[in-house]
Design a protein around this ligand. Structure first.
Ligand code: NAP
Length: 475
């Protein structure tokens, strides 16, 4: 990337652009300056849209799009450690988890390349009706046009990959606005796409004030689709303001897990300790609410709490660290306040609930009522509640007792219980004998209710990024 002594410029229309103003990226762990990035405003955003429009005048054939996508996966592989270090530095993500994110982004690009090569319409049997006799009908999948992509801080590489790779597979150009706290992974990915042969204007990145940049994406009619991953308030607000665009939303969750007494409690305790606290709970599908059949409640807690206490809290760059910092002081203060609210209402803190240095220790709460924020809102921090239940029906009702619906899970040895949960849990995905934090990048991923209105995963995303055009041919 053409970084100057001052900081990193933005790729807009095939040039690396400086604006004279800067956004500072600071380590969530130490507060040290990691880098400065050129700060864009409405003018640069409009320039980016114009460049994206120009690029579409020369469509890229599917085989070229696929080749570029495969090359990006290769570049990510070659620069794997460097990219992981960037994620670790800007997001405060433990280095082990950052490496996993890089590997997943390689998978996202690889799967998108497959979709680029498979993208096709279908035959329409026109002679099946009298009106269509003598005619041949088929559909083409046509790129929807310019995509405005907005991404969050918590997977600063792979969630950007889930915007960029399917868009290129579908033949769309992109104006990307990454999270202001974590723009460096996105800029590195843009650099890799350009190195892989992406022509000018197909990908443009703007970093800066969210409202100002978001307004351009909402108001400019040339942007046909907004693909947003982040908080519900912002996402649903964008959708209301852009009724004529497609606005695809991937939002939050308050992730429940049901543990039946017949489950393998050691395996469950290990899975939950990892998936409630990795990246300090800052995943949209971090385990937050654990419902345990009453006869197994004490046994599960006896296995779970020591595993949580064994997690190492500390510097995300340290190879041994399991749990690092929250993204900033405001997030930490909010999570602490929610724990205090629960404590004041009678919840008991079995472990955690306090700071270790500047970092919040993994926290397990019991006796937390369903009306508390820790029970029904998205904590997005290293906190989980454990609650006993008597019947599976009751557990399913408790799990569904939230406005969110992204993913949920059940651990059980009973096929009947597993399938009952799969049918009745009101979520976009249900995992069985696996934590609901599971995501493979080719699977359809997305929520119902307040959690969103779309599915990501390249095969599903390219459908939404294309229009179906009917062709009728008189034979
Ligand atoms: P956020 O605050 O909503 O920010 C997400 C993105 O939206 C950022 O790029 C942000 O820019 C931008 N933004 C904020 N206000 C905007 C506006 N008025 N117009 C246009 N863009 C605007 O979310 P976050 O804190 O980064 O991420 C955490 C949330 O994302 C959680 O709720 C989590 O569950 C959700 N999430 C969902 C998924 C999923 O796939 N379903 C995956 C990961 C995360 P700035 O950074 O410049 O403010």
């Amino acid at each position: 990337m053409a970084a100057t002594a001052s900081g990193k410029p933005l790729p807009i229309g095939g040039e690396w652009v400086e604006t004279g103003a800067w956004v500072e990226v600071r380590s969530p762990y130490s507060g040290d300056l990691v880098a400065r990035v050129a700060r864009a405003g409405a003018e640069e955003a409009r320039r980016a849209v114009a460049a994206a429009e120009r690029s579409l005048r020369e469509p890229l054939p599917a085989h070229k799009r696929a080749e570029i996508l495969v090359r990006v996966a290769g570049h990510l592989g070659r620069r794997h450690e460097e990219v992981a270090q960037v994620i670790c530095a800007e997001a405060g993500k433990p280095i082990g988890a950052a490496r996993v994110e890089v590997s997943r982004a390689m998978s996202t690009y690889t799967m998108a390349a497959v979709e680029a090569r498979k993208l096709a319409g279908e035959m329409v049997p026109l002679d099946a009706s009298q009106a269509g006799a003598g005619k041949l009908g088929f559909t083409l999948r046509v790129p929807i046009g310019i995509v405005g992509a907005i991404s969050p801080f918590n997977f600063p590489l792979n969630l950007v990959a889930h915007k960029l790779a399917p868009a290129l597979a579908a033949g769309c150009s992109v104006v990307l606005k990454p999270a202001s706290q974590t723009p460096l992974s996105a800029l590195l990915l843009a650099e890799l796409e350009l190195e892989a042969g992406l022509p000018p204007g197909w990908l443009n990145v703007v970093v800066g004030p969210a409202g100002e940049l978001g307004d351009v994406l909402v108001e400019d009619e040339r942007v046909k689709l907004i693909s947003f991953t982040g908080s519900g308030e912002t996402g649903w607000g964008l959708r209301e303001r852009a009724p004529r665009k497609r606005v695809n939303l991937e939002l939050g969750n308050s992730t429940p897990v049901i543990v039946e007494a017949d489950a393998d409690l050691d395996a469950v305790a290990t899975a939950l300790a990892t998936h409630a606290f990795s990246f300090a709970g800052q995943s949209c599908i971090s385990v937050q609410r654990v419902y345990v059949q009453r006869s197994a409640y004490d046994d599960l807690l006896a296995r779970f709490v020591p595993r949580v206490e064994a997690l190492k809290v500390g510097d995300p760059a340290d190879e041994e660290t399991d749990v690092g910092p929250l993204i900033d002081g405001d997030a930490r203060d909010r999570v602490l306040a929610w724990i205090e609210e629960a404590r004041a209402a009678g919840a008991e803190v079995l472990t955690g609930g306090a700071l270790e240095g500047e970092l919040l220790r993994p926290t397990v709460l019991v006796n937390a009522g369903p009306e508390l924020k820790v029970s029904c809102e998205e904590v997005f921090g290293p906190v989980c509640t454990v609650t006993p239940y008597d019947t599976l029906d009751e557990a399913i009702d408790l799990a569904n007792g939230t406005r969110y619906g992204l993913q949920a899970g059940i651990f059980t040895a009973s096929l009947r219980s597993a399938l009952a949960a799969a049918h009745r849990l009101e979520f976009g995905g249900v995992t069985i004998n696996e934590a609901p934090t599971f995501r493979a990048d080719q699977m359809p991923y997305g929520g119902v209710k307040a959690s969103g209105n779309t599915r990501e995963g390249p095969a599903w995303a390219v459908r939404e990024l294309t229009e179906e055009r009917l062709v009728v041919l008189q034979t």
